[in-house]
Design a protein. Sequence first.
Length: 345
Amino acid sequence: MQQNSPAAAPPRSLWSLGWQRLKRDRVGYVSLWIVGVFALVAALVWTGLLAGNWNAEISEPNTSPLWVAHEKVAVTSGENELDGSTGPIIRLAAAEDPINQEMEAARKNAARYKTREIEKTDSLILGSDQRGRSVMQKVLQGTATSMLVGIFGALLSVLLGTLLGAFAGYFGRRTDDFLMWFYSVFTSVPDMLLLLAFAAVSGRGFTTLVLVLSFTSWTATFRLVRAEFMKQRSREYVQAADAIGASHLRRMFVHILPNISHLLLVQFSLLLVGLIKYEVILSFLGFGVGVKQVSWGSILGEVPNELLQGYWWQLLAVVLFMSTLVTAVSLLTDALRDALDPKVK
């Protein structure tokens, strides 16, 4: 009696194999969770569920963090604030006061312009800045801004580089010559000089910053996609699609593009780190986010004046958040490159 042979295991896709390899890589897997936490924080901040009142002055200026011992200087009510001497306070009579009439009129209208008093606190985990704002909420808001600039800028950069690289690598000839000339013009200018030139002309703002970063960082993706399309266009599966009447666009974006999508994911993670760094530099120099927004770069722009006065906790907070995210994304990029490499068994 013939026994039935065991069913063959279904073939596994590159993405499922890559996910299994990534989970076996402890460093890459932990880095993925760290990046996920930062992405969740950015989403909560962007929707207003976290750090929504970052601009509120909820503490005294330059209050040290909760875990750092600090002293409060008590001021005696009878002490003269000018020379430090004590003595009776001399008050003028109403007839002797030259601005008494103006003060009386102001007191009558005071109720109309009375603002809600915000209770001050000195129990802040990361202290306060020079305006009494919470450093923790500022850094969380800056994390969302810097991360979203990096994400949207990297997405737009990958999209632009993929489109241009696909047309250059697939069609070749005059299309490739023209796009390569366009690529050479961009790469002939140093990256930072090109960024500063675009930023100075276009002005400040979140949307402007995303466009500037993406329009100056597409060249690496273009070079990668162009080389892959030149290699893939002569493969058997592309020739088979041509034989059944598939159009050029279908061959490019339905057949070839999915086979190089893992390379685009790695390229996106590389660009994310680079654009976050560029955003910090531009905001530090005053070419980044708007004056009513905050990012890691704009926070670092306040640090030199604070360091001269001995207030170091805002710098420490930004450095910790930024170094953690950049290190995690860099390690995750290396792990993704190894996990999604088809040559790795």
